[in-house]
Design a protein around this ligand. Structure first.
Ligand SMILES: [Zn+2]
Ligand SMILES: [Zn+2]
Length: 409
């Protein structure tokens, strides 16, 4: 059966956001059509207790609020930081970790204590002084329970394993003997399967896509998601589907929207009065011709560097997506997704389709929405479904790309 999952999120403990109620999360999950959602921050002790209090186990390894059918999976993000012998700077890589039960989370907390790691924020650091030490840490985590899954998060961002800052050639430089235990990667908002499928180290792995959201808003939860093929809805089947690449499709940001897509400098940087974005002909040494400071290499160029054209990619189905609420706002020429008109239209559409994912997968959008929603909104929804949208300029230097839907509509 098809199972829509979004397995990377953050709670109020990850910083920068207020408390996020699980009831609000569940409500948005239903509207979006997300069946299983990663809790976020599950190993941070106050969060662990909060989750334990609010959620009850429903079947093997998944959890839910009382009298509610939205399912949660225990998930955290951890930042591994290590000193590789051949690198001058520390190598830092974000990872998503899934846990089958609270017992394994408590064992994880004991491990972190043993290693002297501060577990005082939603997204903790695990540091080490060498590749070997890191490798041992990873094995120790996996040894807690065979169904714990460790997945490199948003691999191409500056904080991702293959990001330009780390400048690794191969995953083995970081994982060593742990490498065979890495069965999947998260594409992240900055990359899509097409950009990653020809990277030799990734070609055989499962690609999953998650929102990495810090809010229960309609344009955050499920802004990226994965549809898995599972026999039953339980933790074990989800992990097996990930390990065996039983992915039906992923929904992705258009990478050009991502904040690190192109190489360049923003206009508000010191020494700048205008922005500078390079589509190609990137200056040698990445030195910005305006401020003479070094620029971060954009994800587009970084992934091109890593690709090997002789690789024949395995088929991966995916679509580029913009959250429906944003499509509606754009079609109404409104900036805010919380304006009354936008919410009213969203509600009308949600009374016609069981969920947003059901809408995106439907072949009869025009027929279903005809005369109940204005034609401009229908046209823009159809344009997004057909991939007829772009970001100009693309995302760069920490700024999101600017959306243009259906030039010819
Ligand atoms: Zn991260
Ligand atoms: Zn500059």
């Amino acid at each position: 059966m098809k199972l829509a999952v979004d397995l990377h999120s953050h709670s109020g403990y990850a910083g920068g956001v207020g408390q996020i109620e699980l009831t609000a999360v569940s409500k948005t999950m239903k509207l979006k059509g997300i069946d299983v959602f990663g809790t976020g921050d599950c190993i941070f002790p106050p969060r662990t207790e909060e989750l334990k209090q609010e959620l009850t186990e429903v079947g093997d390894g998944l959890f839910a609020l009382p009298r509610d059918n939205s399912k949660f999976l225990l998930q955290t993000e951890v930042i591994f930081s290590t000193k590789l012998a051949h690198k001058k700077n520390k190598t830092i890589a974000h990872h998503v970790i899934f846990f089958p039960n609270y017992e394994s989370i408590y064992k994880m907390q004991i491990l972190m204590n043993k290693w002297g790691m501060k577990n005082t924020i939603g997204r903790p650091f695990i540091t080490s002084d060498s590749q070997k030490e890191l490798e041992n840490q990873l094995f120790e985590i996996l040894n807690i329970h065979p169904l714990i899954e460790i997945i490199p998060a948003h691999v191409m961002t500056p904080d991702g394993i293959l990001g330009s800052k780390n400048d690794l050639e191969e995953l083995i430089e970081f994982y060593g003997e742990f490498l065979p235990k890495i069965r999947a990667i998260e594409t992240g908002l900055s990359a899509d399967p097409q950009m990653l499928e020809k990277i030799p180290d990734l070609a055989e792995l499962t690609f999953i896509s998650n929102s990495d959201c810090h809010s229960a808003a309609l344009n955050r939860i499920g802004r990226e998601f994965t549809i898995l093929d599972v026999e039953q809805v339980n933790y074990k089947n989800i992990i097996q589907a990930i390990r065996q690449n039983s992915v039906i499709m992923t929904a992705e940001f258009n990478p050009a929207e991502g904040r690190y897509f192109s190489t360049g400098h923003r206009a508000d940087r010191k020494g700048h009065s205008q922005e500078l974005i390079f589509e190609d002909d990137i200056p040698t040494g990445l030195i910005c011709p305006i401020c003479k400071k070094k620029m971060n290499l954009g994800v587009r160029e970084r992934s091109t560097q890593l690709q090997n054209d002789s690789i024949v990619p395995i088929p991966r189905k995916f679509m580029h997506l913009i959250p429906l609420i944003e499509v509606i706002a754009t079609s109404q020429n409104l900036k805010s997704i919380t304006s009354k008109r936008v919410i009213k239209l969203f509600d009308i559409i949600m009374n016609i389709f069981p969920s947003e994912i059901a809408l995106w997968q439907s072949d009869s959008i025009q027929v279903m929405l005809d005369k109940r929603v204005d034609q401009k909104t229908i046209n823009q929804i159809l344009a997004v479904k057909e991939g007829d949208f772009k970001f100009q300029p693309s995302g760069f230097d920490g700024t999101y790309g600017k959306l243009i839907i259906g030039d010819n509509r």
